[in-house]
Write a protein that binds this ligand. Structure first.
Ligand SMILES: NC(=O)c1ccc[n+]([C@@H]2O[C@H](COP(=O)([O-])OP(=O)(O)OC[C@H]3O[C@@H](n4cnc5c(N)ncnc54)[C@H](OP(=O)(O)O)[C@@H]3O)[C@@H](O)[C@H]2O)c1
Length: 196
């Protein structure tokens, strides 16, 4: 399994380096690969976006939501048979239509919604007094084991919500914003599910 991380900013960099450090073959897809230092000493590679997608079977979208449609349109054919993990948010607006965009431009691809419900500080440091925060996600059942591995690689606890549950995942995102920003609790805020 090779994962391409498209978008080499705060989220792509933090999550992609964690994948690589956990031993997953990771390649960053950058608009300026020659000067992009995002991989640092993680062991990940860096390439142009088309090259990175071509080398990977799993693609993490970590670029602005406004850039997602163009990315899918330009690279839809190359995404056939691959898993697209969508971390892109458009704060204040629903982005569940990204699943529809994947269906339109990359009908052969599978869609997962993950790495979007928490402020990136929680990807950089997922522990609260030694307890990992939960990351709620949606994916096809056949991709659950892979998502669990990737989420665990970042140090978070995976919480699977089922297939095609991106609206529910985005509800968690709205809850996070309501508490972290709306109620002023700050960005170092995460969730932990209790069961008995
Ligand atoms: N920040 C958070 O706490 C957080 C948490 C969860 C999810 N998210 C979501 O994750 C995504 C990335 O957020 P971020 O905080 O990492 O942003 P960021 O630090 O600004 O990084 C954005 C990255 O996207 C790239 N990019 C922008 N437009 C592009 C395009 N048209 N084609 C290809 N690459 C493009 C940028 O490349 P250049 O360097 O070439 O401009 C940059 O590497 C956003 O959708 C955001 O809503 C953010």
């Amino acid at each position: 399994m090779t994962i391409a991380v498209i978008g080499t900013g705060f989220i792509g960099g933090t999550v992609g380096r964690a994948f690589a450090r956990a031993g997953h073959a990771t390649i960053f897809g950058s608009r300026r690969p020659a000067e992009d230092t995002v991989a640092a000493d993680s062991g990940a590679g860096t390439a142009g976006i088309a090259d990175a997608i071509g080398q990977a079977d799993t693609i993490l979208l970590a670029l602005p939501a406004a850039a997602v449609e163009e990315l899918l349109r330009d690279h839809g054919d190359a995404l056939a048979g691959k898993l697209v993990i969508d971390a892109a948010n458009n704060v204040g607006k629903p982005v569940a239509h990204h699943a529809e965009l994947v269906t339109r431009y990359a009908p052969g691809a599978r869609y997962a919604r993950a790495f979007n419900t928490l402020g990136g500080e929680n990807f950089a440091d997922p522990n609260y007094d030694g307890t990992p925060a939960d990351l709620f996600y949606s994916a096809p059942a056949g991709d659950r084991a892979l998502l669990d591995e990737l989420i665990t690689a970042v140090g978070l606890r995976p919480m699977y919500l089922g297939d095609n549950q991106q609206d529910t995942v985005d509800g968690v995102l709205r809850l996070w914003f309501a508490l972290a920003v709306g109620q002023g609790h700050g960005r170092n805020l995460a969730f932990h599910t209790m069961t008995r």
